[in-house]
Design a protein around this ligand. Structure first.
Ligand SMILES: CC(C)(COP(=O)(O)OP(=O)(O)OC[C@H]1O[C@@H](n2cnc3c(N)ncnc32)[C@H](O)[C@@H]1OP(=O)(O)O)[C@@H](O)C(=O)NCCC(=O)NCCS
Length: 189
């Protein structure tokens, strides 16, 4: 199996990321192509600021837009790029300082996306394993991930990393009350 690494985004690594966005892939599983277009524009405007904003453990960035056009306060978060010998996808981790719980509008601690041409190689499973080590370092007792009921690939990734289905629920109004599954992965031994 090819081993991947999680790399902190840099401007030197940016061309591979831009090329992936230009194919129509999006790192945002909720706002999809709208987010991809916004990101290409932001990179053109100021590539360095764009890359810096992907690593934001102090939540210094602006508010986060939701699918219905509303916006909410940003949580501390980091985004890492999944890398084999080139750009392969993204995985993000966000958290609330001092608490495992998340505000209701935040759909999980960790989200990921692998570019279509590198899927089914175990990359997302490896990436989630690596990001859980990072989450452990923040002292959280568990992390939660939410997934659409028909997203079997993502459910397999999460269960392969110790995830347990804890509830079916409806997302908030800002997400159109879509049905979702919530998984929890315990981090304490
Ligand atoms: C979900 C996603 C990240 C999986 O990435 P990946 O690197 O292909 O995942 P892995 O290779 O680690 O596969 C994990 C498991 O899912 C299975 N799988 C992968 N794609 C699948 C598919 N389309 N249908 C069913 N199972 C699938 C794999 O076979 C593997 O199962 P196994 O361990 O039994 O062999 C990727 O499909 C993706 O980016 N999708 C769009 C974004 C998304 O849905 N993100 C998650 C939101 S919660």
């Amino acid at each position: 199996m090819i081993k991947i690494q999680l790399l902190k985004p840099t401007t030197a690594l940016l061309p591979g990321y831009v090329a992936a966005l230009e194919t129509g892939w999006s790192p945002d599983n909720v706002r999809k192509e709208v987010a991809a277009r916004e990101q290409l524009h932001a990179i053109k405007t100021n590539a360095e600021a764009f890359v810096d904003a992907l690593d934001d453990p102090s939540a210094s960035g602006g508010p986060i837009p939701l699918p219905d056009g509303s916006s909410v306060a940003r949580l501390p978060g980091i985004i890492r790029w999944i890398w084999d010998d080139s750009f392969s996808g993204t995985i993000g981790f966000r958290w609330q300082a001092g608490a495992a719980e998340l505000p209701p509008y935040v759909l999980g601690h960790i989200g990921f996306s692998v570019v279509p041409w590198k899927r089914r190689n175990g990359y997302a499973t490896q990436a989630l394993h690596l990001m859980l080590l990072e989450a452990k370092g923040h002292g959280l007792p568990y992390v939660e991930l939410t997934v659409a009921p028909d997203n079997l690939a993502s459910q397999k990734v999460i269960t392969a990393c110790g995830g347990v289905l804890i509830e079916r629920f409806r997302k908030t109004a800002a997400y159109g009350f879509a049905e979702a599954f919530r998984y929890r992965i315990r981090l304490e031994d």
